[in-house]
Ligand binder design. Structure first.
Ligand SMILES: *Cc1c(COP(=O)(O)O)cnc(C)c1O
Length: 222
């Protein structure tokens, strides 16, 4: 795999969108190769793997958590994580708020929306979203900041379907911004698009893509 060449060609395609290099399962050396050509934002989907890599890699890397996060794992990443993409319930947000407070910081999060036609994908539906944003508990959290949304399209070759799902998420994002965050310029990130579908996602208004295998090569597992 020529990691630096892969990364450079993706950088050319995406314009102003932020690339999160998804390094899950990949060794430290692969992350260093991307770092050497200027990549500073890396994403992982397991809290302990993220913590272990952060400990041995340069301190100016911004680490993003992108995968399904169990509440009992939040403590491993709370001291340093830059953005959590995968908040899909109030109880998780509560735990992130608690651990952020213990570390004397505010943690930025994205709300993960369920937009796919696939049982395996997680996320909030629009009803859950409304309930969360209108809950008393949410408004009491002082150590989290909701800065946008994330979603994953169905794993399919049907581009029209992917486009429909991403466009739906863009609509939810715009409506949520207008209804709940109109005074809050921090609510600005729409994280959608992976190796197989980031071009469609960018066409649909994504400003943050999460790209793993197109940079680092295919994974043996996870
Ligand atoms: C693994 C993963 C990615 C990257 O997937 P690729 O298809 O390798 O680009 C993006 N987002 C999440 C949530 C992931 O778990």
């Amino acid at each position: 795999m020529n990691i630096s060449a892969n990364l450079k060609s993706i950088q050319k395609e995406v314009g102003a969108a932020t690339i999160v290099a998804i390094s899950k399962t990949k060794p430290k050396e692969d992350i260093e190769a991307a770092y050497a050509v200027g990549q500073r934002i890396f994403g992982e989907n397991r809290a302990q793997e993220l913590e272990e890599k952060a400990a041995v890699l340069p301190k100016d890397i911004q680490w993003h958590m992108v995968g399904n996060l169990q509440s009992n794992k939040v403590k491993y990443i709370a001291p340093f994580v830059d953005l959590i993409h995968s908040v899909d319930k109030l109880s998780l947000l509560k735990e992130i708020n608690k651990r952020a407070r213990q570390n004397n910081r505010v943690i930025d999060v994205l709300l993960q929306m369920y937009i796919a036609d696939e049982e395996s994908k997680s996320g909030l539906n629009e009803e859950d979203l409304k309930a969360l944003l209108e809950s008393k508990a949410y408004h009491s959290f002082e150590n989290i900041r909701v800065v946008g949304m994330m979603g994953m399209a169905t794993l399919t070759d049907n581009k029209a379907q992917i486009k429909k799902e991403f466009s739906h998420l863009k609509d939810i994002f715009d409506n949520t911004k207008a209804s709940y965050f109109s005074e809050d310029s921090n609510f600005s990130i729409l994280s959608m698009g992976m190796s197989g579908d980031y071009k469609i996602a960018l066409d649909c208004g994504s400003n943050m893509i999460r790209v793993g295998s197109a940079i680092f090569g295919s994974r043996d597992y996870a």
